[in-house]
Write a protein that binds this ligand. Structure first.
Ligand code: THU
Length: 137
């Protein structure tokens, strides 16, 4: 799976479908995410809220769990949408979570007719796995 082979329409459809599995009784903000890894496998996630609000899992966290459960691989592209079916910005924590599995070149959908942006645009100068061995004392 190369970046030019990304089926954005499928990712958007899958992300929209995932909003229907959202558990968001508190915010009522439905979020769905769909991504593809370097093996061409589709992974999805939905947000899962909690009565203890701060324990809410974002759709991207749920997607990451799906990715690891499927056997991992590198995330190549992701679409994240809200209940209005429009792209929604990944929160700061999710940018870091996505960096772990997609790195700086992960493509993030900006909707039909717009070019995707890369994670390095959303999370410049990121801290990541490569920093750990370099910084151990
Ligand atoms: N949410 C996500 O699922 N992903 C994001 O990147 C932004 C926020 C969810 C969390 C919560 O359930 C709802 O949106 C409102 O914050």
């Amino acid at each position: 799976m190369t970046e030019s082979a990304v089926n954005w329409a499928l990712l958007r459809e899958s992300a929209i479908a995932a909003t229907q599995r959202s558990y968001a009784p508190y915010s009522h903000v439905l979020v769905g995410a769909a991504g593809v890894n370097d093996q061409g496998e589709l992974v999805v996630g939905s947000n899962v809220e909690n009565a203890s609000y701060g324990l809410t899992l974002c759709a991207e966290c749920s997607l990451t769990s799906d990715l690891v459960r499927l056997g991992g691989g590198r995330l190549v592209a992701i679409s994240i949408v809200a209940g209005d079916h429009q792209p929604i910005a990944p929160c700061g924590r999710c940018r870091q979570v996505l960096f772990e599995f997609g790195g700086a070149d992960l493509l993030i959908d900006q909707g039909p007719g717009a070019d995707p942006i890369t994670l390095k645009d959303l999370l410049p100068q990121a801290f990541g796995p490569a920093d750990l061995p370099a910084r151990r004392s």
